[in-house]
Design a protein around this ligand. Structure first.
Ligand code: NAD
Length: 432
């Protein structure tokens, strides 16, 4: 099937690659000319495991190409997947300017029946808005369908998540559109939920809000663990065996970040507010998440006594492992706060340092964890990259000026750290 993908960021680029891999004829369009030029030269704008190989293979196989001309892609696609950003406004509400401008371009371009599919995360009733804009701006008298097909991939495992999703959600109003969507996904084995557009839009916000709430919940439990002397890792394990609860998203730490959870939680609060409902639970989720970063900062300060003049080594900058995405990463709050208090920062991340350099200034970027720890007064863990689990802690201890590790992701065992002579603080567990 001929497919257009508008917006080739973290979601859109993976979508082009996977659809092409499934045998579809795909054109990806992006407003960012430099991104498109690089893609056409085989240079990926983001780090995502397995992405580059899949993109290159399908470009070579002539099933995938990129353009900065949206209209070219729109004309090509029988189905147009919209994957542009939906950033938050200062108020927390979703800014739909990219979605709406693409809708207008689609209306002005199409001269035959098309299915317009939103993969971007949008507030409930956006489908209605887009339908109206397209109707008002159509240049040719053609039929079209708007579909909601929210994306649930996780950065770091995007390719596998797209090929093996837990479910495919299709919100559509016509049998014709549903039939086409089923055809597109025919090679993927996953439960398919076919519903109305509004319910599909809500499934996405409700899912992200729920997962965020799970994280804030365990972070609150972690506080009780610290106060009572219990171990949050054991509490989460004990809870997680209950099938009604599940172990995933019960990892205590510095809270959630990234381009999805923080903005989607705030957007959902606003959506509720606009309907006259006060979503108190989500407000608490958001507040706890914000507070968790401050709490971790306090932990660092308590452990070091004074921050002014100290050198602090930071391991992990991305908002989570296996991505270079720095959007709403804990590091973008913690590092500037430490700098404000007079700390000098040395840092290392396996993939995010290039993106980090554009955001975090006056940081000494290092080549590995050992270079970070050399001469530092303490080491702080902000992202749980597997690489950090494997480091030679004895060597780190010897390189640090003081053997202090403050771990925001609970990747080390307190008892082992104690045996190695480390002064170790983590989340929801007694200090070693
Ligand atoms: P992104 O910022 O990485 O990508 C968006 C892309 O759209 C950019 O490359 C930008 O240049 C392009 N763009 C903007 N306006 C355009 C226009 N008018 N025409 C063509 N291209 C345009 O964002 P993302 O992380 O891929 O997220 C996209 C959407 O998917 C958001 O709604 C997000 O909430 C949702 N989502 C993201 C993830 C994730 O893990 N990143 C997961 C699920 C859903």
């Amino acid at each position: 099937m001929k497919i257009a993908v508008i917006g080739t960021g973290y979601v859109g680029l993976g979508t082009t690659a996977v659809f092409a891999e499934m045998g579809h004829d795909v054109v990806g369009a992006d407003a960012d000319q430099a991104k498109v030029d690089n893609l056409n030269r085989g240079i990926m704008p983001i780090f995502e495991p397995g992405l580059k190989e899949m993109v290159l293979r399908n470009m070579k196989g002539k099933r995938l190409k990129f353009t900065s001309n949206n209209r070219e892609a729109i004309q090509h696609g029988e189905v147009i997947f919209v994957c542009v950003g939906t950033p938050p406004r200062a108020t927390g509400e979703t800014d739909l300017k990219y979605i709406l401008s693409v809708a207008k371009e689609i209306a002005e371009t199409i001269d035959t029946y098309k299915v317009i599919v939103h993969k971007s995360t949008v507030p409930v009733e956006t489908g209605e808005k887009v339908k109206k804009i397209i109707k008002e701006n159509l240049r040719n008298d053609v039929e079209f369908d708007v579909v909601s097909n929210p994306e649930f991939l996780r950065e770091g495992t995007a390719i596998n998540d797209t090929l093996n999703p837990d479910r495919i959600v299709i919100g559509a109003e016509s049998e014709r559109a549903v039939g086409i969507m089923k055809q597109i996904y025919s090679s993927i084995k996953a439960p398919m939920i076919i519903t109305d557009i509004k319910s599909a839009e809500l499934i996405k916000h409700a899912s992200n809000a729920f997962l965020s709430t799970k994280i804030s919940f365990i972070n609150s439990v972690a506080r009780i663990c610290e106060l009572s002397g219990a171990d949050v890792e054991k509490v989460a394990e004990g809870m997680g065996y209950d099938k009604r609860i599940g172990r995933s998203f019960l990892n205590a730490g510095i809270g959630y970040g990234g381009f999805c959870f923080p903005k989607d939680v705030q957007a959902f609060i606003k959506i509720a507010e606009n309907y006259g409902y006060d979503f108190q639970l989500l407000k608490a989720t958001n507040d706890i998440n914000e507070d968790q970063k401050k709490y971790f900062l306090k932990k660092i300060k308590d452990k070091l006594k004074t921050i002014d003049g100290k050198t602090i080594g930071v391991l992990g900058l991305a908002f989570k492992p296996n991505t270079d995405d720095m959007r709403f990463a804990a590091s973008t709050y913690i590092i500037p706060e430490l700098q404000k208090s007079g700390a000098k920062i040395k840092a290392y991340d396996p993939e995010a340092m290039q993106k980090s350099k554009e955001i975090l200034k006056d940081v000494e970027y290092c080549n590995d964890p050992y270079e970070v720890s050399a001469g530092a007064d303490a080491m702080v863990i902000l992202t749980e990259w597997n690489e950090f689990r494997e480091i030679d802690m004895g060597k780190i201890r010897d390189l640090l000026k003081n053997p202090i590790v403050i771990d925001g992701r609970n990747i080390y065992d307190p008892e082992e750290m104690r045996q190695k002579g480390m002064s170790y603080a983590s989340i929801g567990r007694s200090d070693a």
